[in-house]
Design a protein around this ligand. Sequence first.
Ligand code: HEC
Length: 118
Amino acid sequence: MRAPHIWIGVMLLVVLGNGEPAAYGQPGADPSQARIEKGKKVFVKHCAGCHGAEGKGDGYKLLGADPANLTASATKKKSDALLLNTIHEGKSSMPSWKVRLSEQDSRDVLAYIRTLSR
Ligand code: HEC
């Protein structure tokens, strides 16, 4: 019987899918602030474990490269394109996120990261 597999698939889609309604375009909402807020949620959920709650790279360390200090000027100086590429493709012990995060989520989390180095 195949049906249970289908339901597991549906449940995964509900859990992993973009269930959150976008805050963009709501009356009075600053879209860029809404994106940063969204990015913060993504960061806390997926990135803070390694990069630390404030992005200082003080989360848990795997064997290999230490998680980057995202507040450092070295990161600040890098282009959006370069950092998005690292988020998409991963780098040494940084996992690849392109299958887990939508393009918008990746951009939102980068917008949030940009606020950390201020
Ligand atoms: C398993 C631990 C781990 C997780 C989870 C993780 N990272 Fe990383 N990240 C790393 C490591 C390690 C590096 C440094 C890689 C290197 O330079 O070799 C890094 C580097 C980066 C860089 C590049 C910084 C620079 O200056 O080049 C960015 C941007 C980044 N991570 C963003 C994220 C985002 C966004 C998430 C969540 C979606 C995330 N990371 C989740 C471990 C992690």
